[in-house]
Design a protein. Structure first.
Length: 183
């Protein structure tokens, strides 16, 4: 008697079917859409931390330069690193320069000690106190005038602040205040 013919079980082809691939892409898309707002908030906090760090470092450098050189050193908002700009121009950059007594700008290009060009993304700005477009350090490291505050904002959202007191010390603050940057 002939032996019954046995059929070998069908093997499933390796890989994913079209339906399985579409479901995986759909799940991945939903997960990315849920995580995107958190990634944007993280990026905003990192940009603000970068601006606070750059400002704090250059302000501390200016104070140290004034003490070491026994001369007045100023920090002001500057776009190109040769001339001081207005109060609202801190978001385009700033410069540190040796300031002879009574001058409001560096006398020559070699008087500029440091220039920081901050390329802010759209909507970002650094705003200083009203009426304070520069900070001047005395040869003993103290700052002239009243405290200077620089607010770091994206649109009207306050992310941080850098404060320089009369003794010349720099303090950095982290904020997360919607509507807190109305300057």
């Amino acid at each position: 008697m002939p032996s019954p013919t046995r059929f070998a079980p069908r093997r499933r082809p390796a890989g994913w079917s079209l339906v399985e691939c579409l479901v995986a892409v759909l799940v991945l898309g939903v997960l990315c859409a849920v995580a995107l707002p958190d990634a944007r908030a993280l990026l905003d906090r990192q940009r603000a931390a970068n601006a606070r760090h750059l400002l704090s470092t250059d302000l501390a450098f200016a104070r140290l330069a004034a003490i070491q050189r026994h001369a007045e050193v100023s920090v002001c908002a500057s776009v190109e690193g040769r001339h001081c700009a207005g109060v609202d121009a801190w978001g385009s950059g700033w410069m540190v320069y040796e300031a002879p007594a009574g001058s409001s700008a560096p006398p020559a290009a070699d008087g500029v000690l440091r220039h920081q060009a901050w390329r802010a993304p759209p909507g970002w700005r650094i705003v200083g106190n009203r009426g304070r477009s520069r900070l001047r350090y005395r040869p003993d490291g103290r700052a002239y005038g009243t405290n200077l505050s620089l607010w770091i904002c994206r649109h009207d959202h306050l992310y941080g602040r850098v404060v320089i007191n009369n003794t010349g010390r720099v303090r950095s603050e982290v904020h997360d205040a919607p509507g807190g940057c109305i300057r």
